[in-house]
Design a protein around this ligand. Sequence first.
Ligand code: CTP
Length: 401
Amino acid sequence: MTKSQTKNILLGITGGIAAYKSAELTRLLIKQGYSVRVCMTQAATQFITPLTLQALSTHPVHLDLLDTQAESAMGHIELARWADHILIAPCTADFIAKMAHGFADDLLSTVCLASNAPVNIAPAMNQQMWKHPAVQNNVQTLIANGVNIFEPAAGEQACGDIGVGRMLEPSEIIDRLAITETHSRQLAGVKLLITAGATREAIDPVRYLTNRSSGKMGYAIAQAAQQMGAEVTLISGIGCLPKPSGLTRISVESANDMYQAVLKQAENCDIFIATAAVADYSPVQQNTHKIKKTANHLQLELQKNPDILATVSQQFPNIFTVGFAAETDNLIQYARQKLTNKKLDMVAANWVGKDKGFDQTENALEVLWKDGQCSLPTMPKQQLAKELLYLVEKNYRNKDK
Ligand code: CTP
């Protein structure tokens, strides 16, 4: 394990028996070169004394949200800004629930909300509690919110049960942290352009043609790329997803608007990921007045829209291009055809229809490139976005070799 450069880590300790391992964890973090500040919940202080953690971290332990003395030294907002990483170990079922629902009723939960540092948690609890759907649902929410979970290990528990729920050993937590850190800046300095969501093709001022895409996958990729250090521009079709912080979003309506916006931004990008479900056709005639229902039959003449992705790959051959393929059958075959026909570097293919793909929170992808392929199994779209970006990054770096 290599020593990290000095980085600030906030170690959150919540009230579980595994809190006794936090002393060793603090020692190992310092050995790794981290500057460590400890924040404990009231329950945690029942398991291990703040004095022990103060001695090991060489800094006063942060305990209370409404402590005027502590706030004047380093208040919760300063603490939140100071942290490059937040690690909560052990993290109880109660604290997982708090984080999942955005509670801010103690210092640690408030700091988690007020910080944009990556958050890692090492859950520890009774095996039955860990299995409970309420806990698992909360864990899924945290994953969706970008929190890294250092999943508990199986084994004998303090309560005598045997099963999954034991906190990882401090040395294993350090290893997991190192892996997370490696990925966390993988796209630093890379300019990434992403299209997301559905386009709307106007028929008249009140009606339009569109599709079922929610934009969730594209937004998840944009957010994950930004967290991995990329400079992200998101060109988004119509939708109501909130703008992820820290990136540029350009909102467009029609396929043609998206085409114009992408070509304007493409000159300045290294990777282009086209997740948008761009309408293939748009009405030839856009009525400026609302069409009245006087006719018994109405024919809509459609014309083909420009292919944004194919245009980028043709006009900017140096850009690493990633396309998406949503198919109801022959997934791999059609995806490979897209890779070749549009001269792409990578295609991420997924099944659609029958509750798959569009507007779902989870998805699975078959990722293909010229001489390789990788299956990413069903997982929350946020997690899937990260896994896809690891593959994109690896192939992008190999492109000119
Ligand atoms: N795409 C694009 N511009 C378009 C159409 C599609 O950039 N006008 C991009 C999508 O964002 C996606 C990929 O191309 O990355 C999808 O390819 P496409 O050929 O549109 O897929 P299908 O419409 O499913 O193709 P087909 O009808 O041939 O199955």
